[in-house]
Design a protein around this ligand. Structure first.
Ligand SMILES: Cc1cc2nc3c(=O)[nH]c(=O)nc-3n(C[C@H](O)[C@H](O)[C@H](O)COP(=O)(O)O)c2cc1C
Length: 271
């Protein structure tokens, strides 16, 4: 297993923290790192770090957290996809420092975070995350939540990756050369673990689509499931980079027939 795949499969949402402040050297690393994050859509995503106590911030699903990161993006087309891509880079980097995160788009007092982060007109704050050191044991609430959404499992590749046409599963011999990349996409986090990404492999391109469920679009969050697809794109692109291949990501709809409720997002080519 590659280092990146190990990191992706090893990362889990952390909702129970040990209560310790994030060490100054880790804060420094995190704030340096966010300065290096880019996304393929050239939409600026800014990150604001906030202390829990000073700002009276909390989330009903978390305990023991002392620090948060808030992500902010201008309200423009593709903001949600770009946001997912960029914020996930930070999530994976934090994990490599031993710092736990949880993507939170719903379970928080949103207004308090927006005020503390000084959200301006024309911007949105789709999600936040706690940052901290995981506690040794999950809270009961966290264990129940993980069970409720089946957080430790994912759909099989055959339900997500298609061969040339919607709903034609990618056969094992075509999965084999990109097995690690498929696993990186499968193990991405998503809102309520819905895994709304679908990929049609055609004309040497990986065409990413969103298969929409009801109830994930809000004025304040954008489309949470487009964020999920941004996360999946990020994993796939990082997987290619790990192999020394520069990912070419473009919005170039191949106009393949897809059912209602399925929307084309972007294409990745590996040369
Ligand atoms: C866009 C997005 C929004 C999410 N919102 C919440 C949330 O509001 N509250 C929460 O407890 N978890 C939230 N999650 C975390 C998911 O429930 C979690 O990623 C999923 O169940 C898979 O578990 P894992 O991250 O441990 O692999 C969100 C995840 C994503 C990607």
């Amino acid at each position: 297993m590659t280092e990146l795949l190990k990191k992706i499969i090893g990362r889990k949402s952390v909702r129970t923290f040990d209560g310790n402040p994030v060490r100054p050297e880790d804060r420094e690393r995190l704030s340096q790192y966010v300065g290096t994050i880019t996304n393929p859509f050239s939409i600026p995503v800014r990150f604001v770090f906030l202390d829990t106590g000073e700002n009276h911030l909390s989330s009903p699903v978390l305990s023991g957290e002392t620090f948060y990161v808030v992500g902010i993006v201008p309200k423009v087309p593709y903001a949600d996809v770009a946001f997912g891509y960029a914020f996930e880079k930070l999530v994976l980097y934090a994990w490599s420092l031993g710092i736990g995160t949880t993507w939170i788009g719903g379970t928080m007092k949103r207004e308090l975070f927006e005020q503390a982060a000084k959200l301006s007109e024309g911007e949105m704050m789709p999600c936040i995350s706690p940052l901290g050191y995981p506690a040794k044991k999950h809270s009961i609430r966290e264990s129940l939540m993980r069970k409720g959404v089946g957080a430790d499992s994912r759909m099989p590749a055959e339900k997500l990756f298609f061969d040339g046409a919607w709903d034609t599963p990618l056969p094992p011999e075509k999965q084999a050369p990109v097995k690690d990349l498929i696993e990186m996409v499968r193990w991405a986090p998503s809102a309520v673990n819905k895994q709304p990404w679908r990929i049609i492999v055609a004309d040497q391109g990986f065409h990413f689509y969103e298969k929409r469920d009801r109830g994930y679009i809000g004025e304040k969050t954008g489309d949470l499931q487009k964020i999920d697809v941004g996360i999946a794109l990020c994993h796939f692109a990082m997987g290619l980079e790990e192999q020394g291949i520069k990912p070419d990501i473009a919005i170039a709809d191949p106009e393949l027939p897809v059912p209602d409720g399925v929307e084309y997002i972007a294409t990745i080519r590996n040369q």
